[in-house]
Ligand binder design. Structure first.
Ligand code: F6R
Length: 614
């Protein structure tokens, strides 16, 4: 949801900004731009609709010299993606340039006020309003840039991560955040800015994560000064990054998504290491053990999440109700935050988020905390806003996920939820000893099973060619296979733009079956479980209407396989953990269909990796 970068130091800023923008392009990619102050003291803004590569083409023969600069890659909120709406935005006098990630909710009121003072606007964005407002505050109050930013932001309602440069003071960048992430990298006499650490990692591993409503004055000569909006000095905590450059590269794969699908056996080993004892007899999720009383006394658990993370939450519900006998609700964070839910002490809210920056999930956490609930986070991004906003939690430890469609984060989330259910079930005594050991054994066999499933890639690639031009898809499953079906449908629609729905298999006959004809591919998750026969009946119902069935079955299956048109067989797995194994063929099917259609798999249209706006 927009990526921002910045540099100030002794080096040329342009190559650092461009490389950083490429790294952040996953966050938004409908337009890109940079602003630099050149050695002659001119503040130049270069921006264009399109991707970072289009920006590079635009500036190919231009003067992009300068040792201070900011850059932006956009995901449109206010105003369509075009050159004028791209960031950075100049102020009225063109003395200031600003980049922004977030939404200024009261921009219309401020804009009207500024128009009354003679300001005019070149774009439809809320961001241009902000830079003009900062300039107005600066000149009318006779303030320096830093204090003008503080005063202006005190009057702003909304979310922001911003960076501003001033032609008349090329020695500094002013940056600030509220509800949108911002990281400052500290080098030797130089500073870097990023929406995350990916543009910074190759220069320094020393970083400061700005907190909400903090404003940073980053000066080449005076160093870093962090204050709040009321100008009270803050002591920034310098952290050491645990990220390597190789984690951010494609490693020989044509797309990040394919790399990330293939990484899953390893990322899950990482996720369970230190949590399941090497002998495979015990699971210890320390976040649960450390909050033992709260979990043991929980009246109910509420999962809040969005998209893929919500699907993981659904699997978590099935696991916790099944193994721990605690009622679990799963809520879309966007609904939960506004619908006045019944909530209080004794409730546990589990917030699930890969990025740890999703605005709706963050707001749901704040609501839950206000109501007195204990909030537990399941995140991937270490040090992210959600990780910091929760009382306690567990990281999924699957490494940076760059492909916009979530793959390894989903399986990491399901793995952590599985370990949470096992830890809690043991504490509560709701799982029998023998079953507990069997389940752990199953869980640690998942990475090996995933490796086997990845060998099916050529088969799935071939199969994908048959369905490349389908207009619709249904994905069906019962029990644990139902959320897995919804996730499979989401993967297909977001990267191939084929309309796809995930449904509980039995619910099909209450409506969606009307859609089934010889043109309709139906993916049925029919792995061996307690309700396998019922799922087989659903396959028969589809075949009776001439639908094309792609069945995902357990190796050795005969009944569903004999009815289906196409079969993908996965190794036998305890039904509670099947989603971890069936996720892979569904991800691969979506991937190959999207590649066959020539779609931009890693950066699908209209989407962004980190949704930091409502
Ligand atoms: C789908 C996808 C999204 C995210 C959703 C929540 O592939 O990636 O649906 O799952 O935007 O994001 P996080 O998990 O970062 O809160």
């Amino acid at each position: 949801m927009c990526g921002i970068v910045g540099y100030i130091g002794q080096r040329q800023a342009y190559p650092i900004l461009i490389k950083g923008l490429h790294r952040l392009e996953y966050r938004g990619y409908d337009s890109a731009g940079i602003a630099l102050i050149n050695p002659a003291g001119e503040l130049g803004v270069f921006k264009t609709k399109g991707k970072v590569a289009d920006l590079e083409a635009l500036v190919a023969n231009r003067d992009v010299s300068g040792t201070v600069g900011i850059g932006h890659t956009r995901w449109a909120t206010h105003g369509e993606p075009n050159d004028a709406n791209a960031h950075p935005h100049y102020s009225q006098t063109k003395n200031l340039a600003l980049i922004h990630n977030g939404i200024i909710e009261n921009y219309a009121v401020i804009k009207n006020e500024l128009k009354g003072h003679g300001y005019n606007f070149r774009s439809e964005t809320d961001t241009e309003v902000l830079v003009q407002f900062i300039e107005y505050v600066k000149s009318s109050g006779n303030l320096d840039l830093f204090h003008a930013v503080q005063v202006a932001l005190s009057q702003v309602v909304g979310a922001y991560a911003i960076a501003v440069i001033d032609k008349n003071n090329p020695d500094c960048i002013v940056a600030a955040r509220k509800s949108s992430p911002l990281v400052i990298g500290i080098g030797e006499g130089e500073y870097f800015l990023g929406s995350d650490a990916s543009p910074i990692i190759e220069y320094t591993d020393q970083v400061v994560y700005l907190e909400d409503e903090q404003v940073a004055l980053i000066s080449r000569s005076h160093g870093l000064d962090v204050r709040n909006l009321s100008d009270v000095e803050q002591t920034p905590e310098v952290k050491t990054l645990q990220l390597s450059l190789s984690q951010l590269e494609k490693g020989g794969y044509p797309h990040f998504m394919l790399k990330e699908i293939n990484e899953q056996p390893d990322t899950l080993v990482n996720c369970i290491s230190g949590r399941i004892d090497p002998a495979g007899t015990d699971v210890i999720l320390s976040g649960v053990i450390n909050n033992k009383e709260k979990f043991l006394n929980a009246k109910r658990i509420i999962m809040v999440a969005c998209g893929t993370s919500w699907h993981a939450g659904m699997i978590g519900k099935y696991l916790i109700e099944d193994l721990c006998r605690i009622p679990v609700d799963v809520e879309y964070a966007s609904e939960f935050r506004y619908r006045n839910p019944v909530l209080g002490k004794g409730d546990i809210v589990i917030a699930i988020s890969q990025s740890g920056e999703t605005a709706d999930t963050l707001a749901a956490i704040q609501e839950a905390r206000k109501a007195g609930a204990f909030v537990y986070g399941i995140c991937n991004a270490v040090g992210s806003s959600i990780a910091r906003a929760t009382h306690s939690g567990s990281y999924i430890h699957v490494g940076p996920e760059i492909g916009v469609a979530s793959t390894k984060a989903f399986t990491g989330q399901v793995m952590v939820l599985s370990m949470l259910a096992l830890t809690l079930g043991k504490l509560k005594g709701t799982i029998k000893k023998g079953e507990y050991r069997d389940l752990i054994k199953d869980l640690i066999s998942i990475p090996t099973k995933m490796k086997q499933v990845l060998l099916l890639d050529p088969l799935i690639d071939e199969m994908s060619k048959i369905f490349t031009y389908a207009h619709n898809f249904l994905y069906l499953g019962r029990g644990y296979n139902y959320p897995a079906a919804m996730e499979g449908a989401l993967k297909l629609k977001e990267i191939s733009y084929i309309h796809a729905e995930g449904y509980p298999a039995a619910e099909m006959k209450h409506g969606p079956i009307a859609l089934v004809d010889a043109e309709m591919p139906v993916v049925v998750l029919a792995t061996a479980d307690r309700i396998y026969e019922k799922t087989v009946s659903n396959i028969q119902e589809i075949k009776a209407r001439k639908g094309k069935v792609i069945a995902v079955v357990t190796e050795g299956d005969t009944v569903a396989s004999s009815l289906a048109d196409y079969v993908i067989a996965v190794p036998p797995t305890n039904e509670r953990f099947t989603a971890l194994v069936t996720a892979i063929p569904l991800q691969l099917l979506a991937y190959h269909i999207a590649v066959n259609k020539g779609k931009d798999v890693d950066q699908p249209r209209n989407l962004a990796k980190s949704v930091t706006v409502e």
